[in-house]
Design a protein. Sequence first.
Length: 83
Amino acid sequence: MADSAERHQEVTIHVNKKPVEVERPRISGLGIKQAAIAQEVDIQLDFQLAEVKDHKRRIVGDDDVVTVNKNSTFVATAPDDNS
């Protein structure tokens, strides 16, 4: 079954310009942050996560589930960062 095999494949996405391996095709915002932290990206669980697509940012909440691929890029910022 190709469908079940795809569920367990890993893909490299980018969080704060650093590569992060995650399971695809769907993962929660919290899952992305947890994977990034486990792979030594300098963020914390309370950071705000945003998906960057076509030069626009879309906030991804901890419970939001997103579809990721090799081109997926995310930015995580501290809650007190006003940039």
